[in-house]
Design a protein around this ligand. Structure first.
Ligand code: GTP
Ligand code: MG
Ligand code: ZN
Length: 311
């Protein structure tokens, strides 16, 4: 599965030619949602997608504007490249994206872009990676080529990497550099505030010259994923702090200061953000637990081998 376009999917078949296909109705409404970029799919005799093969690493967020529906951003991802631009990478945001990846059993590497804008780029990459608990980190610049060799080494042949990061981080510029030609549209950040313009709109699987596969993504728009609750909703947080119920969920409780004092629309947005954060936290905790179980299992095996070896 190469890419998705409102109800149509581009797939490559064994002969390597891309084809635009539809999906069977029940698949479009399946529990796991419709086929996504990175999926392996089976086509039926009519050439429509009949089945989606089981997914390995998935990067999932809550779909924009819904309470619980997960949106699979990409499937069968081996490595998430969490991109933040220098000279002022946003550590909180990077942490969220790393969490999103590890929650889906996808390894994460930190990629600080625009290294030419920071004389301490390498040191800052190492420092931020350490604080995030991420093993691989690189500071790259497409302007002077720094870090590109290290980045290429992270992109192993046959493996799929997914670029995640805010709009304007330089994700598509990096993709074009790795591809060796201008495949993806790019745009300068806004001069006034340095924000990106959401240039990339789809998610597409691209084959790199070295044999790795790379998915460029749009900078995630969802404010919920980016802003710190406390900063973005300072007014509501203040009401919550003053609520007379210490354990108030600020949902149904009569006399709740938040329900009484807050603008309903802002309150709804605040709740949505809190649910989203809780949801990501849950998935992250579950992934940590899986990791822990795996580790103690490996330790047991090691002990067993040692005992056998001694005997
Ligand atoms: N100085 C410097 N600028 C860069 C570098 N890489 C990208 N840029 C600039 O950053 C701007 C945004 O780049 P894009 O590649 O469009 O950013 P993006 O992350 O794909 O953004 P969206 O598609 O909106 O999510 C462009 O003006 C690029 O020229 C770099 O290594 N150094
Ligand atoms: Mg882009
Ligand atoms: Zn309350």
């Amino acid at each position: 599965m190469l890419s998705q376009h409102s109800g149509r999917w581009v797939v490559t078949t064994t002969d390597g030619t891309p084809r635009l296909v539809a999906a069977r109705g029940r698949l479009r409404e399946a529990d796991d949602g419709p086929p996504v970029t990175g999926d392996w799919v089976a086509l039926d005799a009519d050439g429509a997608i009949a089945a989606v093969l089981e997914r390995r690493g998935t990067v999932i967020r809550r779909a924009a504007g819904t309470k619980t529906a997960p949106q699979v951003l990409a499937a069968n991802v081996d490595l998430a490249l969490v991109a933040e631009p220098l000279p002022e990478p946003n550590a909180r945001r990077a942490e969220r994206l790393v969490a999103l990846a590890t929650a889906g059993d996808v390894a994460a590497a930190l990629v600080l872009t625009k290294a030419d804008l920071d004389p301490e780029a390498d040191m800052n990459a190492a420092r931020l990676a350490r604080s995030l608990g991420v093993a691989d980190a690189v500071a790259v610049s497409v302007r002077d080529g720094n870090g590109l060799t290290v980045l290429r080494a992270l992109l192993e042949p046959g493996r799929t990497a997914l670029l995640l990061g805010p709009s304007g981080a330089g994700k598509s510029t990096l993709v074009n550099t790795l591809l060796g030609h201008d495949r993806q549209a790019t745009a300068p950040v806004r001069a006034s505030d340095g924000r990106g313009r959401h240039t990339t709109v789809g998610r597409e699987l691209l084959a790199l010259p070295g044999g790795a596969l790379l998915i460029d993504t749009p900078g995630i728009r969802e404010a919920g994923l980016w802003d710190e609750t406390a900063v973005a909703f300072a007014d509501i947080e203040a009401l919550a702090a003053g609520c007379r119920f210490a354990d108030c969920a600020h949902e149904e409780e009569p006399g709740c200061a938040v329900r009484e004092g807050a603008d309903p629309e802002r309150l709804a947005a605040w709740r949505k953000l809190r649910r989203e954060q809780a949801w990501i936290e849950d998935r992250r905790a579950a992934a940590r637990e899986r990791e822990q179980r795996g580790r103690s299992h490996r330790a047991l095996q090691r002990d067993a081998r040692r005992i056998k070896g001694d005997g």
